[in-house]
Design a protein around this ligand. Structure first.
Ligand SMILES: Cc1cc2nc3c(=O)[nH]c(=O)nc-3n(C[C@H](O)[C@H](O)[C@H](O)COP(=O)(O)OP(=O)(O)OC[C@H]3O[C@@H](n4cnc5c(N)ncnc54)[C@H](O)[C@@H]3O)c2cc1C
Length: 145
């Protein structure tokens, strides 16, 4: 469920690569472990499909790591923030959180930075508005190998 950020997700030779829990495990507070693993797989599949010879595989893995590492790790960090928010001890921070939660109960347009990331429009858009294939395609079009 937790791993410090790894220096790399692939080896320099381009013969080994990681995705999913192996390189960005996370807590279950956002139900994103499998989702982000699938994003990894989609990006990797797209980019490997662009490698037309064996020596281009390394370039594909490099691009995969470039587009996936930061997002995968950030989703992991977000699960820890969700845990912290949900498990605040009684006190001023908990009261401030509860004030926001209660004041927006039933609201249709919940404001960004809502304490529960299940409802926060900013986090929801970031998690579910993401298009892995578009990101991979645009990265490849900027720097085709
Ligand atoms: C109870 C629970 C609920 C969850 N709910 C959600 C959810 O709602 N939404 C969500 O997105 N995520 C959820 N997750 C997280 C999700 O299941 C994982 O993030 C996801 O399965 C990670 O996929 P993976 O392929 O990286 O790893 P894994 O699914 O762990 O796959 C790794 C595979 O490698 C195999 N393996 C290990 N060592 C070896 C070896 N030496 N040789 C060969 N094979 C090996 C293992 O047997 C396993 O099949 C949940 C997890 C749990 C435990």
């Amino acid at each position: 469920m937790y791993l410090d950020s790894l220096p790399a997700w692939k080896n320099p030779q381009g013969t080994f690569v990681m995705g999913g829990d192996a390189c960005h495990p996370m807590l279950p507070y956002l139900a994103q472990g499998a989702n982000s693993s699938l994003e990894d797989g989609a990006a990797l599949g797209f980019l490997l499909g662009k490698a037309k010879s064996k020596d281009r595989v390394r370039d594909a893995l490099q691009m995969y790591e470039m587009i996936r590492k930061e997002r995968g790790e950030e989703i992991g960090r977000e699960t820890f923030r969700q845990r912290d928010t949900l498990h605040l001890p009684d006190g001023p921070a908990q009261e401030a959180r509860d004030f926001i939660l209660i004041s927006q109960l039933g609201a249709i347009d919940i404001k960004p930075d809502f304490p529960s990331r299940w409802n926060c429009p900013k986090v929801q858009a970031w998690l579910f508005g993401y298009d892995t294939y578009r990101e991979a395609r645009e990265a490849w079009e900027r720097n085709p190998f």
